[in-house]
Design a protein around this ligand. Sequence first.
Ligand code: QZP
Length: 401
Amino acid sequence: MAEMDPVAGTAPVSDLDPFSDDYIRSPYPFHQQLREAGPVVFLDKYKVHAVGRYAEVRGILEDAATFCSGAGVGLANFHKDPPWRAPSMVLETDPPDHTRNRAVISRAVSPAALRALRAGFEAEANRLVDSLLDRDSFDAVKDMGEPFPLRVFADAIGLMEDSRQHLIAYGNMVFNGMGPRNKLYDNAMENAEEVAGWVWNACQRKNLSPDGLGIRIFDAVDAGILTDEEGARLVRSFLSAGVDTTANAIANALYCFASNPDQWQALRANPDLSRAAFEEILRFESPFQTFFRTTTREVELAGVTIGADEKIMLSLGSANRDPRQWSEPDRFDISRSTAGHVGFGAGIHGCVGQMIARLELEVVLRALATRVATIEITGEPRHLLHNTLRGFEYLPVRLGS
Ligand code: QZP
């Protein structure tokens, strides 16, 4: 054990590095070490506490008064390091502002609005799967995971057509930007100005289609609840959160089923399990792995005292495989009960777009389950090296009819 750090308090000190290439490529053995080291550990390399057990992860997510988001949900503490972009009005905000802003988004993604999207999402999923079926091989990331949300989600928001590919680069900035300033961070930020400039332009009222979800945010501007700038910044949350997450979920889904053919046959036999299967994919290969919160006061957590204004890392991926919570957590089983998984977070910041994500993945899984007999990996996959997302850089797949 390393020497005692004044910030560590009584937490066991660990030399685990959740942002190292080895950890990112194969996080699950490291998650186990994190959980076994204790309910709260201190990551010596980053001088922050970390939790990997389900109970503490969930407990922190549900106590937003003690563990706030306003200082950022990445490693950087906005109170000390100014963020690279204007803070998100939902993700990186606390009540009461958060409550008001989230309500505006919630209204835009109402059940009625989502019902109107289903038929179009289904048609695109069917078309996409038909075009990939029986091809010798394709890349699950570039040919399926990314194109699907870039088409259906961006259309649903009412985004302009040209240069939508920038959304992938922007997601990379947002999600790698939550990690330390390592090479992944720097690479993601390489084209920051151009990409962020495009996104900001796309968020403006005049550039949003009159029948999309994005323009609904501006109803709150017309009602005097938000300024124009705030309206655009809330639309920015859609574009930040809604593409890389589902793109990786789609590729992870193909990987889960390719490596568990019995589960694929179970879904084929009953495509109505598509929604449930997505929850298990989120539990088993959570696209979003790592969150931070910041203490609003000195707090005792599982016997460890943490000072005020300290960052704490939450491993959602680890919580979703904690054997204290799940039986046989390392088994991919679409028939298990996944209730309580934290792939969408929990508490007041729980994913506000989760019903859109569920709709997207349901229709993709259903399109696959009703057309595809076999899913095979045809070459060496490469995992994405990424500070917070879990997915693939390259996943060669064949779908057999
Ligand atoms: C990203 C934003 C998994 C979440 C961290 C996704 C996410 C949610 C919101 C925003 C960005 O508001 O910019």
